[in-house]
Design a protein around this ligand. Structure first.
Ligand SMILES: Cc1cc2nc3c(=O)[nH]c(=O)nc-3n(C[C@H](O)[C@H](O)[C@H](O)COP(=O)(O)OP(=O)(O)OC[C@H]3O[C@@H](n4cnc5c(N)ncnc54)[C@H](O)[C@@H]3O)c2cc1C
Length: 464
C-alpha cells in the first residue's frame, strides 16, 4: 500500500490536513487508533464540554429568568439526558468526518501508526501489522491529560477530562487542580449545576496565559458565583478515600490545608502523544515529548510534518491544530503558503464569563518595549449586555501609540469567544485602531463594545 500523504491521527489537526491534501489531488490515508474519528477535541474535549457549558448556561438563565418575568415552576434538570444529548452531538459529528472522508476519497486505516523511517509507516490494528509507504507523513497524534506524580486515575473519584465527561450525575462537591482553560471550564459547568467547586492553582492567578486584568476579573466573577479558588497553592498529597477524595495542599500563606471533595478533576496540562510513534527511527528529537517544526510544520525528518498538540511552543488548541494542518498540506502539495503568525491565534475559554483573546497582553507588550496605549471598556455600558443581563467583564485593547497598531485584544464577558473573531480579522488584515473605530457596528450588539473600546485608545469613547 502506498499513499502520497499519510496522516497519523484524526483530530482537528489530522482530519483537516487530510481533507485539504485530498482537495489538492493527493492520495491520502488517515491512521486512527481509536474506534471513532475526531480525536480529543470531538470526543473528550472541545465539543462535549461546550455542549455541557451550553446546557449550564440555559439552566442558569432559567434560574434567573423571574427577573424578566419568565416563571418556571419546579425547575430542575436531568443530567442523564444532557449527557445523552452531548453524546449524540459527538456521534453525529464523528459520522460527519467519516462522510467527509468518503467524499474526498480519503482512506481510514484503523490502527496504531508508527514511523519506521525512510517513508515507511507501520499500522498495527491488534490483529495484524501492515507496512505502508508514503511520500509525506503528517504526525497529528495529539495529547492526553497529564497527571501529578504518583497519582493514578480512579474512574470513580480521581478524574481527567475523559472520566469527568462520562459521569452519570453531578457530584455534590468537586475539587479541581489547575486553573487553565480545562479546569475553569469544568468548574464553571458543575458550579452551574449546584456542585460545591474548589480550584487549586499553583500559579498566582487563574488562566495564567491571559492578560492579568482578565485573570483578576475571572477571579472576581468566580467568587461571586461561589467557586472557591486557592492560587499559589501547592498540592502535596491526594488520598482516594472510600467516600471521596482528600487533597492536602500548602496554601499561598504557607499553611497546610486539606480539601475534601466527592470528586477530583486533575487539569494540570496535556502530555503530547509521541512516546511510541517511532521517533527513534527518524531524525526527530522530541523535547519532553514535543516536536520542533519550522514555519511550514516540517520536522527534522525529511517528508515528515508535525501539527497540533504535539508541536513545541505553540498553543494546544483545536483551531491552531487545524491551521497547522492546512499549512502542512499546502506545503507538501507545493501550494503557496505562509507560516502561521501565532500572535494572531485566538484563545477562547468558554467558562462563565467567557474569555476571548488575541495578541499580546499588556505586560508582554510593555516587556517588548512598545509605547503601549490601553483602553478598557466595560460591558456595563453596552445596551445589548443589559438586554441579555450580562454586565460583567470588559473589552481591553492593547495598542501601540506610534502608529495605532493593534497589539492585543482581551475580552471577558458575554460571547467573548465569538466576539474575539473581529479582533483576529482586524489584526490579520493589519487594520489599525482607527480602522476599527471607522467600522460600522450594528446596534444594539455586544460587538459595539469592541468599537467603543477602540475609541477609548484616543479618549473618544461614546458610551461611557
Ligand atoms: C476538556 C478539553 C476541552 C477543550 N476545549 C477546547 C476548545 O473549546 N477549543 C479549542 O480550540 N481547544 C480545546 N481543547 C484542546 C483541543 O482538544 C486540542 O488542542 C485538539 O484536540 C488538538 O488536536 P490534535 O489534532 O493535535 O490532536 P487530538 O485531537 O488529540 O487527536 C489526536 C488523534 O490521534 C490519535 N492517535 C494518537 N496516536 C496515534 C497513533 N500512534 N496512531 C493512530 N492514531 C493515533 C488519537 O486517538 C486521536 O484521535 C480542549 C481540550 C480538552 C482536554
Amino acid at each position: 500500500m502506498s499513499y502520497d500523504v499519510l496522516v497519523i491521527g484524526s483530530g482537528p489537526g489530522g482530519y483537516v490536513a487530510a481533507i485539504r491534501a485530498a482537495q489538492y489531488g493527493k492520495k491520502v490515508g488517515v491512521v486512527e487508533k481509536d474506534a471513532k474519528l475526531g480525536g480529543t477535541c470531538l470526543h473528550v474535549g472541545c465539543i462535549p464540554t461546550k455542549a455541557l457549558l451550553h446546557y449550564a448556561e440555559m439552566y442558569e438563565q432559567a434560574l434567573h429568568s423571574a427577573d424578566v418575568g419568565i416563571l418556571y415552576e419546579g425547575l430542575s434538570f436531568d443530567y442523564a439526558k444532557m449527557k445523552k444529548r452531548k453524546n449524540e452531538i459527538v456521534a453525529k459529528h464523528a459520522r460527519g468526518i467519516e462522510q467527509l472522508f468518503k467524499k474526498h476519497k480519503i482512506e481510514w486505516l484503523p490502527g496504531f501508526g508508527k514511523l519506521l523511517g525512510k517513508g515507511k509507516i507501520e499500522v498495527a490494528d491488534g490483529k495484524e501489522k501492515r507496512q505502508i509507504a508514503s511520500k509525506s507523513t503528517i504526525l497529528a497524534t495529539g495529547s492526553e491529560a497529564r497527571l501529578l506524580p504518583d497519582l493514578e486515575v480512579d474512574p470513580k473519584r480521581i478524574l481527567t477530562n475523559v472520566e469527568i465527561l462520562d459521569m452519570d450525575s453531578v457530584p455534590k462537591s468537586l475539587a479541581v487542580i489547575g486553573a487553565g482553560a480545562v479546569g475553569v471550564e469544568f468548574a464553571s459547568i458543575y458550579r452551574s449545576f449546584g456542585a460545591e467547586v474548589t480550584i487549586l492553582e499553583m500559579l498566582p492567578r487563574p488562566v495564567p496565559v491571559e492578560d492579568e486584568e482578565v485573570s483578576a476579573e475571572l477571579t472576581r466573577a468566580f467568587r461571586k458565583r461561589g467557586i472557591q479558588m486557592h492560587t499559589g497553592a501547592k498540592v502535596e498529597k491526594v488520598s482516594d478515600d472510600k467516600d471521596g477524595v482528600s487533597v492536602e495542599f500548602t496554601a499561598s500563606d504557607g499553611k497546610k490545608q486539606t480539601l475534601k471533595a466527592e470528586k477530583l478533576l486533575v487539569a494540570v496540562g496535556r502530555k503530547p502523544n509521541t512516546e511510541s510513534i517511532g521517533l527513534e527511527n527518524t531524525a526527530i528529537k522530541a523535547d519532553r515529548g514535543f516536536i520542533a517544526v519550522d514555519g511550514f510544520m516540517r520536522t527534522a525528518e525529511a517528508g515528515v510534518y508535525a501539527i497540533g498538540d504535539i508541536v513545541a511552543g505553540t498553543p494546544q488548541l483545536a483551531h491552531t491544530a487545524s491551521m497547522e494542518g492546512l499549512v502542512a498540506a499546502a506545503h507538501l502539495a507545493g501550494k503557496p503558503v505562509e507560516p502561521i503568525n501565532y500572535l494572531q491565534n485566538p484563545g477562547a475559554t468558554y467558562c462563565e464569563p467567557q474569555i476571548g483573546s488575541v495578541g499580546l497582553t499588556e505586560a508582554a507588550a510593555r516587556q517588548k518595549g512598545f509605547d503601549v496605549k490601553i483602553s478598557k471598556y466595560s460591558f456595563a455600558a453596552n445596551s445589548k449586555a443589559t438586554i441579555v443581563g450580562s454586565h460583567g467583564g470588559f473589552v481591553k485593547v492593547v495598542a501601540d501609540a506610534k502608529y495605532g497598531e493593534i497589539l492585543g485584544v482581551h475580552i471577558i464577558g458575554p460571547n467573548a469567544c465569538d466576539l474575539i473573531a473581529e479582533a483576529v480579522v482586524a489584526m490579520s488584515s493589519e487594520a489599525t485602531v482607527e480602522s476599527v473605530m471607522r467600522t460600522i457596528h450594528a446596534h444594539p450588539t455586544l460587538a459595539e463594545a469592541i468599537q467603543d473600546a477602540f475609541n477609548g485608545i484616543y479618549g473618544l469613547t461614546i458610551n461611557a
